[in-house]
Design a protein around this ligand. Structure first.
Ligand SMILES: Cc1cc2nc3c(=O)[nH]c(=O)nc-3n(C[C@H](O)[C@H](O)[C@H](O)COP(=O)(O)OP(=O)(O)OC[C@H]3O[C@@H](n4cnc5c(N)ncnc54)[C@H](O)[C@@H]3O)c2cc1C
Length: 321
């Protein structure tokens, strides 16, 4: 038994070493100094936990993204897109493969010369930068995003929303890189959105989005945003690192209400705590590990299942080993 386990450990370390060699050779050539190997993910997620990713690659333009994706695919190297890391839990053992961050021209914003109510935003742009432009130039319709951290691409992939609105209602068209490394454009009617989900082919990367907006006075936009932020401050534990809501609301109910009913508010595991302020939020009180957060997730699921019969579904994306 002990020998069998040793062999398994040895094999997986060897496989990892082969993978590292292949990765370094494949990426160093095309990514230059925009790639870092064995990079801790904790600083890149809002929960501030998680192990290392094999490589973190900052892709600065569309051509690089297109060639990069086909290269990774040909080399059979797994990858995922890291936006603002505000809906991500990376396990303590880290993630094999490459985290791709979109920057440079993929984080720009352009006004549409043919239609004054459209904005083209790169997926790597932060939501706060997008909202700053909207406020300054009088583009209304995205105020509901005030207080949602992360990137435009993450908001699209998660169909982020609040106060009865979501990304699906403002997207006009998406530009994406397919898993085989081709550029694809899709109009809204060709896309399938659900609650906190855009159905994307596995490995597809959103590169840019065309948003359909409304003309609104800058002052009006600023006031709407301030109103939403005030509501958030009242109900959300914004003083701690978190990933927002952990579970999706089940149809016709609120995950927070069900969790509160189980009496789990304030429950702790290591440095992680179910927020006493909002039961559907797990916060990092300072020294949490991913395993602490995962343990609270499992405890919550079990208690809610046993006490109410409802099976909660994760909104949070969990990656790694
Ligand atoms: C304080 C706080 C408040 C929050 N409030 C809300 C809220 O009110 N409503 C809400 O909906 N969410 C909320 N969230 C959750 C989170 O901010 C959103 O889901 C956000 O849109 C995630 O964006 P991100 O860039 O951080 O994505 P990440 O967390 O980096 O990634 C999330 C998923 O999207 C994928 N992804 C990211 N970019 C791309 C891309 N370009 N192409 C394809 N896939 C991509 C990732 O691979 C991953 O699977 C909150 C989080 C926090 C911390």
């Amino acid at each position: 038994m002990a020998f069998g386990q040793l062999r398994l450990v040895g094999l997986s370390a060897f496989t990892r070493w082969i993978m590292d060699e292949k990765l370094e050779k494949t990426l160093s050539g095309i990514a230059g100094d925009h790639v870092r190997f064995h990079c801790s993910m904790a600083p890149y997620t809002t929960l501030k936990v998680g192990g290392e990713v094999a490589a973190l690659w900052e892709v600065l333009g569309l051509e690089e993204l297109l060639s990069g994706v086909s290269l990774l695919r040909r080399a059979k190297i797994p990858y995922f897109v890291l936006g603002g890391g505000s809906n991500l839990l990376i396990r303590d053992g880290g993630v094999e493969g490459v985290a791709i961050r979109l920057g440079g021209s993929l984080a720009h914003i352009e006004e549409d010369s043919r239609d004054e109510l459209k904005l083209k935003a790169g997926a790597g742009l932060s939501i706060s930068d997008l909202l700053a432009v909207c406020r300054q130039k009088g583009y209304g319709g995205l105020e509901f995003l005030a207080g949602i951290p992360g990137s435009v691409g993450g908001a699209v992939a998660m169909n982020a929303g609040a106060f009865g609105m979501d990304m699906a209602s403002v997207i006009h068209c998406l530009e994406m890189v397919s898993p085989s490394g081709e550029l694809v454009e899709k109009e809204i009617q060709e896309l399938s959105f659900d609650y906190r989900k855009l159905h994307l082919e596995k490995g597809a990367i959103v590169s840019r989005v065309l948003l359909g907006l409304k003309r609104r006075a800058a002052q009006d936009i600023a006031e709407r945003m301030a109103g939403y932020l005030k509501k958030r401050k009242k109900t959300q534990p914004l003083e701690y690192p978190s990933a927002g809501s952990i579970f999706k609301n089940p149809p016709g109910d609120h995950a927070g209400r069900l969790i509160e009913f189980t009496g789990l508010k304030g429950a702790k595991k290591g440095g992680a705590m179910i927020s006493p302020k909002h039961a559907n939020w797990i916060v990092n009180t300072g020294n949490a590990r991913a395993e602490d957060i995962l343990a609270l997730i499992e405890l919550t699921r079990k208690e809610v299942r046993v006490r109410t019969g409802v099976e909660l579904e994760l909104e949070l994306k969990v990656l790694g080993r």
